[in-house]
Ligand binder design. Structure first.
Ligand code: PLP
Length: 376
């Protein structure tokens, strides 16, 4: 038996649409499938504007350009996140001010943010870990009070909500990922949501290499040229065609993923009741989108031993982020504050195999193997 951590699936019209894109005679970016994907997002998730990108990393880099980050600006974000969340701003000269997670959840602790705000702070970047919402009311109130931008890193948060609002529709800007490990996939892929209208025109220009090409093709200007900084942030129609087919199956995918999540939760509850592991806690203001399933072990040694135990049965479970404030790249620039909860999740959090075609039998054998580990 071999159960990988992730396995991408074709679920509907992916290959048919890729073929259609090629036959249409246009496979560069911003064609018909790109527009259909963007319309899907604005309509379903109440976003003002949506631009497909080649990754969430790219969408974050666009966000940093849009809010005009300058050297010395400070950006507040959790230390427990992926390198791209920080890199996008570091590339423009920002200093990253890392906040700790809650002890009960990897999301950044909203009550700690205000003490980190200075007159150099430009933005807060909440990361919705596992697609579970950060405390957005607190974050948006604080941002309004100090005139800061909010950029939601919603890489994992498609189809998830905070109270009645979809994640990605709350901050000034938000970024999504369609990397092969996400709920909706296109291999690599991403999206920038623009909810603050002041960014609308410039976003499209930065997306198209700093030109007003998109406005030209809509007939709004009679020639196009270099009007701003930018890069090639838009994906080809082949990516967009694949993605659109996945979006058509969103409901089916989400139902399946939530069923997987619930099967893990039910099967492992008894270990949590016995105090052997911590299970994910869905904050009361958040709706679960079935993005990933994690358990938290007592310490690093137990996690390493469990990873090895599962591997011997062909099961590939993996840890996740490593605290960025302690990374070889950033440690010497960090201000020395201890972020104990971020370190706890770095050392002790373990993600279990999670993908659309994961069978009930496979989930049961993963649960059984975890029980065996603790029975020893
Ligand atoms: C929180 C977070 N932000 C950004 C990214 C980058 O996403 P992408 O691989 O689409 O660039 C990831 C990657 O998984 C992530 O976990």
């Amino acid at each position: 038996m071999k159960i990988p951590f992730n396995k991408p699936s074709i679920i509907g019209n992916e290959l048919k649409y890729v073929e259609e894109a090629v036959s249409s005679g246009k496979i560069s970016g911003n064609g018909d499938f790109t527009k259909r994907c963007q319309a899907f997002f604005t309509e379903h998730y109440n976003l003002r504007q949506a631009l497909l990108t080649t990754s969430c990393t790219d969408a974050l880099e666009m966000a940093a350009i849009l809010i005009d980050v300058k050297p010395g600006d400070e950006i507040i974000m959790p230390s427990y996140t992926f390198v791209s969340t920080a890199n996008a701003f570091v590339l423009r000269g920002a200093n990253i001010i890392f906040a700790d997670s809650y002890d009960w959840h990897p999301n950044l602790d909203a009550d700690q943010i205000e003490s980190l705000v200075t007159n150099k702070t430009k933005a807060i970047v909440p990361v919705h870990y596992g697609g579970m919402a950060c405390d957005m009311d607190k974050i948006m109130t604080l941002a309004a009070k100090h005139k800061l931008y909010v950029i939601e890193d919603a890489a994992q948060a498609i189809d998830a909500t905070y109270k009645d609002d979809y994640l990605g529709s709350i901050g000034d800007l938000a970024t999504f990922s369609f990397h092969e490990t996400k709920n909706i996939i296109s291999g690599e892929g991403g999206l920038l949501a623009i909810n603050n209208n002041t960014f609308a025109d410039r976003a499209e220009i930065i997306w198209e290499k700093g030109t007003n090409r998109a406005a030209f093709f809509r007939g709004e200007v009679n020639k196009y040229g270099w009007v701003d900084v930018g890069s090639s942030f838009l994906p080809s129609e082949i990516i967009a065609a694949f993605l659109y087919a996945q979006l058509e199956k969103l409901e089916t995918i989400q139902q399946k993923r939530l069923a997987i999540w619930n099967q893990y939760y039910e099967g492992l509850k008894v270990l949590s009741n016995r105090g052997e592991i911590e299970l994910p806690v869905v904050p009361e203001y958040a709706a679960n989108n079935g993005h990933l399933f994690y358990i938290v072990l007592e310490n690093l040694e137990t996690r390493t031993a469990l990873i090895e135990h599962l591997k011997r049965s062909g099961i590939y479970a993996v840890f996740h982020y490593l605290s960025l404030h302690k990374s070889p790249f950033y440690e010497h620039r960090n201000d020395g504050r201890a972020l104990v909860n971020s370190d706890k999740f770095s050392d002790c959090l373990l993600r279990l195999p999670f993908y659309y075609n994961l069978s009930d039998e496979n989930i049961d054998s993963i649960i059984t193997q975890i029980h065996h580990f603790f029975a020893k």
